[in-house]
Design a protein around this ligand. Structure first.
Ligand code: XIL
Length: 405
C-alpha cells in the first residue's frame, strides 16, 4: 500500500474498528470485562478528542489585512488574456456584476445552473426551463467571459443535490426497456441543451467523474454504467460532437492524488477513447484539494501523460481548503503559495489552457455547505468574506506578471 494521508486515514479507521470490536468482545468475557471496559473508555476518549480537534472551527490570523490591497487596479486578467490562458471562477449573478470578477477572470463556470436537475422544470424529465441558466450565461457573455458548460452526463450525484433520481424514474418501466429509455433520455438531454446554447457555450464537460472516488480506478457504478456499461462515455461524446462539431468536449474527473492505480486507470480510459477516435478535446482535472497530499512533480508528470495523448487540460474546480495548511505559520500565506505553484505548473505546459476556481469569495463555499464532511475553516478562494484579496490573489498576480520560468 502506498503512503498517503488517505491511506493513513483508512488504516487508522481500520485499527479503531478492530480495537472497538475486540473491547466489546472482551466485555462479554467475564475474566476480561474490566480490561474491555477500560479499552472502550480509552477509545471513546480518543475519538471525542479527535472529533473536537477536527470539527472545532479554528481561526487563523489574517496577517494579510495589514498589507495594502488594491484589488480593482491590481488585476491579472490582462496577463492571462495575453497568454491565451483561461483564468476563471464559479460565480453567481451578483458575483459577475462585481468589477473584481471581470477584472481578474476571463472565464466562468455556472456552479449548478447547467446541471440536469437545475435545467428541468420541477425535475420533470424532458421538460426544460432555461430561464435561470440563460440569465447567468448571457450576463457572463456580456462581461466578455468564456463560459464552461458543466455538465451534461454526471452519474455520481444523479439523485442528489436537487437532481432527479434517475433510478427511481427507470424503475417505473419494465427491466428490459430501461437501457433504451435511459439512452433516449441522455440523447434528448444532450441535443436539447447543446442546441439551446449553440453559439454561446463552446466548451462542454460531457461526462463528469466516470471513475469511483475510492479504489483503484474502477468505473463508478452509477445509473448510466449499470444500464449502458462504460460505453455511455464514448456514446455521449460522439452524440455531443454530432450535435455540434464546433464544440470543445471535455472529460472531467476528481483526483485525490496524481499517482497510483486510479490515475493509471484514468490514463487507460483516455487511451481507449483516443484509439477509438472518440471526439474528446480535453480533460478537466477538478482539483478539489481535500488534503495537501499532492506533489507538484507528480501532478506535472500526470498532466504530461494526458497532454502527450494530444489532449488539452484545464483545471476546472480548484479549491484548496485552508485547514489543510493549518500546520503552517501563516495558513493564508501557505494557501497562496500552493496556488502560485499550481499556476506555475500549469503555465509550464503549453497544452494546459486554464484554471477555474470553484468559487469567488469565501463568503460561500460548497465545502461549508457540507461542513460535517469538510470541517471549517475551508475558505478556499481568492477573496475573503469581506471581499479583501487574500495572499492567494497576489500570488497568482505575481506568477502571471513575473512569468513562470
Ligand atoms: C457542487 C456544487 O458546488 C454544490 O453547490 C452542489 O450542491 C453540489 O455540487 N464536483 C463537481 C461539482 O463536479 O459539480 C460539484 O459542485 C463539486 C464536486
Amino acid at each position: 500500500m502506498e503512503f498517503s494521508l488517505i491511506n493513513l486515514f483508512k488504516l487508522v479507521s481500520l485499527i479503531t474498528v478492530l480495537l472497538l470490536v475486540s473491547s466489546i468482545v472482551l466485555i462479554f468475557i467475564k475474566r476480561f470485562r474490566k480490561t474491555g471496559t477500560r479499552m472502550l473508555g480509552v477509545i471513546f476518549s480518543v475519538m471525542i478528542l479527535g472529533a473536537v480537534y477536527f470539527y472545532f472551527p479554528r481561526h487563523f490570523k489574517r496577517n494579510y489585512l495589514s498589507e495594502a490591497a488594491d484589488p480593482v487596479n491590481v488585476s491579472f486578467r490582462r496577463y492571462a488574456d495575453s497568454l491565451h490562458f483561461f483564468i476563471g471562477a464559479v460565480g453567481s449573478i451578483a458575483d459577475l456584476g462585481d468589477p473584481r470578477f471581470c477584472n481578474n477572470f476571463n472565464s466562468t463556470t455556472p456552479e449548478t445552473a447547467l446541471k440536469l436537475g437545475s435545467l428541468l422544470k420541477d425535475k420533470k424529465i424532458g421538460e426544460y426551463d432555461f430561464t435561470h441558466a440563460d440569465s447567468i450565461v448571457d450576463l457572463a457573455l456580456e462581461k466578455h467571459l468564456r463560459v464552461r458548460g458543466h455538465v451534461l452526463v454526471w452519474g455520481k450525484l444523479s439523485d442528489m443535490f436537487k437532481s432527479p433520481d434517475l433510478q427511481a424514474y427507470l424503475d417505473k418501466f419494465p427491466e428490459n426497456e430501461r437501457d433504451t429509455i435511459l439512452w433516449n433520455l441522455i440523447d434528448d438531454h444532450i441535443t436539447t441543451v447543446l442546441n439551446h446554447f449553440r453559439g454561446r457555450i463552446g466548451t462542454w464537460e460531457v461526462v463528469n467523474e466516470p471513475l469511483a472516488t475510492w479504489g483503484s480506478g474502477e468505473y463508478e457504478k452509477n445509473v448510466f454504467y449499470r444500464y449502458l456499461g462504460k460505453e455511455y462515455i464514448p456514446r455521449s461524446f460522439i452524440l455531443a460532437h454530432k450535435t455540434d462539431p464546433e464544440l470543445k468536449l471535455f472529460l472531467n474527473e476528481f483526483f485525490l492524488d496524481y499517482h497510483g492505480k486510479r490515475s493509471e486507470s484514468f490514463i487507460r480510459l483516455l487511451k481507449e477513447l483516443k484509439e477509438k477516435g472518440v471526439p474528446v478535446y480535453g480533460v478537466g482535472i477538478q482539483s478539489h484539494v481535500i488534503s495537501a497530499d499532492t506533489s507538484f512533480d507528480e501532478f506535472r508528470t500526470f498532466v504530461k501523460k494526458i497532454t502527450d495523448l494530444g489532449l488539452v487540460v484545464e483545471i476546472t474546480e480548484l479549491d484548496a481548503r485552508l485547514s489543510i495548511f493549518r500546520a503552517a505559520k501563516d495558513p493564508y500565506k501557505a494557501q497562496g503559495e500552493y496556488y502560485g505553484k499550481m499556476l506555475k505548473a500549469c503555465l509550464e505546459n503549453p497544452m494546459v489552457r486554464g484554471i477555474t476556481f470553484w468559487g469567488f469569495s469565501d463568503a460561500h463555499s460548497w465545502y461549508d455547505d457540507m461542513s460535517i464532511v469538510f470541517p471549517k475553516p475551508n475558505e478556499p478562494y481568492l477573496f475573503d468574506p469581506d471581499m479583501h484579496p487574500k495572499p492567494a490573489f497576489y500570488d497568482l498576480y505575481n506568477v502571471f506578471k513575473n512569468g513562470y520560468k
